[in-house]
Write a protein that binds this ligand. Sequence first.
Ligand SMILES: Cc1cc2nc3c(=O)[nH]c(=O)nc-3n(C[C@H](O)[C@H](O)[C@H](O)COP(=O)(O)OP(=O)(O)OC[C@H]3O[C@@H](n4cnc5c(N)ncnc54)[C@H](O)[C@@H]3O)c2cc1C
Length: 567
Amino acid sequence: MNDFNANLSRRNFIKSAGVTGVAAALGTSFTAEATSKDPKDVYESILGDDVNSIYTKKGTSLGPKGPIGFEDRNIGENEIVKTHECDVVVVGGGIAGLIAALKAAEEGAKVVLLEKMTKGRGIFECFGSVDSRTQKEAGVQTNKAELLDEMHRSASYRIGPDVVRTYVEKSGEATDFMETLFKRGERGIVIAPMPLKPKYPNTGAPVIDAECMFYKTPGLPKDVKFRSGHVGVYIIKDLTNTAMKHPNIVTKYSTPAVQLMTDNSGRVTGVIAKEKGEYIKVNAGKGVILASGGYDANPEMMKAYLRPEDYSSASWWNPCWGTTGDGHMMGLKVGAAMDPAPHAVMNFTFGSPESFHIPAVRTLRAMGLYAIVNDDGKRFVREDVAFQSISNATNRQATQGKKSWLLFDDTMISKDKSIFDKAVASFDTLKAKGWLFEGNSPSELEAALNVPNGNLVKTIKKFNSFKSSGIDSDFNRDMEFAKEFDGKKYYALLCNSVILATVSGLIIDENGRVLNDKGEVINGLYAAGNASGDFFSGNYPRHIPGTSIGRAITFGYLSAKHAVKGA
Ligand SMILES: Cc1cc2nc3c(=O)[nH]c(=O)nc-3n(C[C@H](O)[C@H](O)[C@H](O)COP(=O)(O)OP(=O)(O)OC[C@H]3O[C@@H](n4cnc5c(N)ncnc54)[C@H](O)[C@@H]3O)c2cc1C
């Protein structure tokens, strides 16, 4: 049976998007419902009059399902047990939400911060920023036009100019604000520019100096650099402490926002939330800021808005499953416009078939000397391009039933003994799981992997000839940063594309105000971070430094700055 994966209209999505399941709205049987006599009307009769259909076979999304907060029903006055008054409600206690709450509070607004989970999500290492104090002091000069150009190109020009331009112009100011918060925090967190690698393979994309890091913070655990996303935990903890102590902020954890409230003019006036199983109202005199993150823990939304190949063969590495798209759905419900499908996903190349390769093995990959082949022992992508591009190529292989293998030898991983030792220590576990194969020669590895037609041996020979000539005539990889295969042991490690976050959302303006599909402002409603849109399209461009956290900080800050005016 064929499925239609509708490019969902607001009306049809919301109609069945509640807790009971979005899926029913998305898949419609052609044979069962094609009742129109006029073939021209057939799509409309099945899908409704404002739906564009994309005829595509859906995949199965096996990712995690978090607790959905959004409720699409009329909640009666008699169900409300308490009403709170404040100026600004912030939905979500991740990075965008904490920055928004603290900025609004610093401006004198009374803030209620609602977080669905027991803690706000905090998973990141570095973040994008332009012209912050610390960058200026270090003499970092970002080529802003080049950065903007690359952001537009990476989005295939499917975004408006205002939001990304505002990011480039204001991210430094927002970073400086965050720095003032860290000065008051308990951990002494230090922001510093991320040093650019002195030499980098020519990936065909510019290397842009526009990123900051936290690694200079004294007292962070030593291994924090090798644990993907770990620094973010400490940053969120610190900001959460500061927010909890702030006299203008009331924080409510384990309290999901379930829907927005509006007045007769359509202005958003507050939220209904669920606290200890009971409904409360939080009236917001000045605005509601949706900072509820993406929907990587909502399989139905993944299926609705992403390309099937992006999720159907992927693994997930998205700790904290509060990100179920509640803000997206709450916004759609009050008339917000959403980024067009397919949405952008942050997908990386370090996936184990279960989630994410352990840090030691990930570090092997970071060395970048290897080749990547499919089950047929053939290369299918230049290995030095940005994570998301390799992920896309891996996903494309999966649509043809082929897995992706990272090929390396012992000379490649012995470059740094400490890394090699850590990596080797994990090899037995990987072998036992069937994720790692080895051989004493290319042909032994080929036999172990069951590759047909001598392909793996041929691939390795060809790769070595590319290294000698300096020209990869198959994929144009920068061979200066490759190494020939000449070791005593040869390895193949199974690697999936892995999903970290979704990064498309509600269309906003340069102040973070949510827009409807006529480009009009929905008064009183803001979105920031992964709940917001008009920034990425298709993919998260990992080669542009840290724009996901950078955007969250910038628009958390800007939306609060605007909301407190009560415009
Ligand atoms: C392993 C890993 C490493 C990463 N590294 C980086 C990096 O180095 N740089 C970078 O730029 N990006 C990185 N990212 C991506 C980054 O983590 C996200 O893009 C970022 O967290 C988005 O911030 P946010 O505030 O918009 O949303 P989130 O951090 O997802 O926070 C949203 C919060 O809202 C809460 N929430 C959801 N619904 C409701 C509701 N109904 N009511 C109340 N609360 C709600 C959620 O529980 C959550 O706490 C990484 C991601 C992963 C998984």
